[in-house]
Design a protein around this ligand. Structure first.
Ligand code: 5AD
Ligand code: SF4
Length: 476
């Protein structure tokens, strides 16, 4: 379970972690690259690493020896930005002592704050938005001549399709594959459509090739990433018309099928699904292929129709429940997680109670829960008042957490007594004697190492559980 300050797909301990770039030709410059926020940012950092390794940058985890420091940033909630600002202030001090140091901001904050970071706050030399990473080598060179550099142009085409990401901080087992960029949904609370631009899908062939390459390099699991994977469309317009008669059209369900067939040894995950676009075909393809994981992350945000409308989510509570019914009917083994926001503009106690009742009705396996954080320029900021007191947001958050804890426990405990296939990811955090891995349903399993090996699939008999973790022993 993760709360407010956390990020939804990346382990907290990885936030801000320094990353390694392999040397190619070696310009002798040392780079520190830190990533914050969502899985998409971590995936983007791997593209940045690839682009800069071509230029011969070597890396360091030590800011003191870096020539260039790049922060790949997140704007989703105010707290995320505050954290990065503090980091930038520390680097600003470092720069006073070492003026040749280049500090740059990449990602969502770059897009949102541009001049503020550069001109008013004078925190950085370099500001580069998510669609401009190919320009990084030029921009860094420009800064080297003593000037500031900015490229925050958003693109309708850029997917970095043919760039082979340098896998950063990789355990050699799980990897992200970005299948699309941007978002066209305009949920009223969300800054992403402004910072990441219009939605565009990546060529399916390049996606399948990337998965095959990962499999050939020993990886065992890939997560297909997009802000709204269900609206992945290749060679189709928004209206469903074929763009190029000479090319095949590919939906998200078809893309998953292509990857599943091409890489039978890989477990395939995906994130994030959108309730308004999730089709029965997606659930059907999960059932059809053993290597597609039984797990769907389906953010609800609120259980009240009026709030959902104000959030511009494009579905109602009834529609959402219908999608849950379809998943449970077609793919009954699927676990389901969600995102919830408490204290959105004008939310009454009764409306909040409807979120709690929806949670009771669905009984999610897991949830990421947040207090509403108003973001500048979003639809909600322009149209509605952020009028719910912080204390009320917090109280409602603790109520949704309480319901979720019970439901997580109820859901996870049904695995006790069963045998589960587990992909072994590495030693458990608590004990060197235990391994930790995940099931197809994304439950964490901890078990004594025995003769198991990292990066293999093993059978584990589940003996016990806590709200978040299964405990077991190797079978055989
Ligand atoms: N305030 C709080 N939570 C937000 N999210 C997105 N924008 C905001 C915001 N302004 C949450 C949503 C989304 C998840 C990625 O982050 O629940 O699904
Ligand atoms: Fe933001 Fe909504 Fe797009 Fe998700 S679907 S990124 S919440 S606008």
């Amino acid at each position: 379970m993760q709360l407010e300050a956390g990020d939804k797909t990346i382990d907290e301990s990885r936030q801000g972690e320094a990353t390694m770039v392999k040397t190619k030709s070696g310009t002798g410059k040392k780079l520190l690259l830190e990533s914050y926020g969502c899985a998409m940012n971590f995936s983007d950092s791997e593209i940045v690493a690839s682009i800069l390794s071509e230029e011969g940058f070597t890396t360091t985890k030590d800011a003191k020896e870096a020539d260039v420091i790049l922060l790949n940033t997140c704007s989703i909630r105010e707290k995320a930005e505050d954290k990065i600002r503090n980091r930038l202030l520390a680097f600003k001090n470092m720069k006073l002592r070492r003026p040749s140091l280049i500090v740059g901001v990449l990602g969502c904050m770059a897009e949102r704050l541009k001049e503020t970071l550069l001109e008013q706050e004078k925190l950085v030399d370099l500001v580069v938005g998510p669609d401009a990473y190919r320009d990084l080598p030029n921009l860094i060179e420009h800064v080297g001549t003593g000037q500031k550099a900015v490229n925050v142009l958003l693109s309708r085409e850029e997917t970095y399709a043919e760039i082979s990401p340098v896998r950063l901080n990789s355990n050699g087992i799980n990897a992200y594959i970005s299948i699309m960029r941007g978002c066209d949904n305009m949920c009223s609370f969300c800054v992403v459509p402004f910072t990441r631009g219009r939605e565009r899908s990546r060529n399916p062939e390049s996606i399948v090739n990337e998965a095959k390459e990962l499999a050939a390099n020993g990886y065992k699991e890939v997560t297909l990433l997009g802000q709204n994977v269900d609206s992945y469309k290749w060679n189709l317009t928004k209206k469903g018309e074929v763009k190029d008669e000479g090319l095949p059209t590919v939906s998200f369900a078809q893309l998953m099928e292509m990857v599943a067939k091409a890489c039978p040894g890989l477990w395939i995950r995906f994130s994030t699904s959108h309730p308004k676009d999730l089709t029965d075909e997606v659930a059907e393809v999960i059932v059809k292929y053993d290597n597609i994981c039984n797990y769907i992350h389906l953010p609800i945000q609120s259980g009240n129709n009026e709030i959902l409308k104000k959030m511009n989510r494009g579905y109602t509570r009834e529609w959402y429940l219908n999608r849950i019914e379809a998943i449970r009917r077609i793919a009954p083994k699927c676990s389901i997680s969600t995102d919830i926001i408490t204290g959105f503009c004008g939310e009454t106690d009764d409306q909040h109670a409807e979120t709690l009742s929806l949670m009771e009705e669905v009984r999610f396996d897991m949830a990421y829960m947040f207090k509403y954080s108003e973001r500048p320029k979003t639809l909600a900021e322009r149209k509605y008042e952020d009028d719910i007191p912080e204390a009320t947001k917090a109280k409602r958050l603790s109520e949704v957490i309480e319901v979720q804890m019970k439901s997580s426990y109820d859901r996870i405990k049904k695995y006790v007594g069963t045998i589960q296939t587990v992909l072994v990811e590495g030693p458990s955090k608590k004990s060197e004697d235990d391994y930790a891995g995940r099931t197809s349903q994304n439950s964490m399993v901890v078990f004594p190492k025995g003769n198991a090996e990292k990066g293999t699939f093993v059978e584990v008999r589940i003996l016990d559980c806590t709200t978040m973790t299964l405990k077991g022993e190797l079978v055989g």
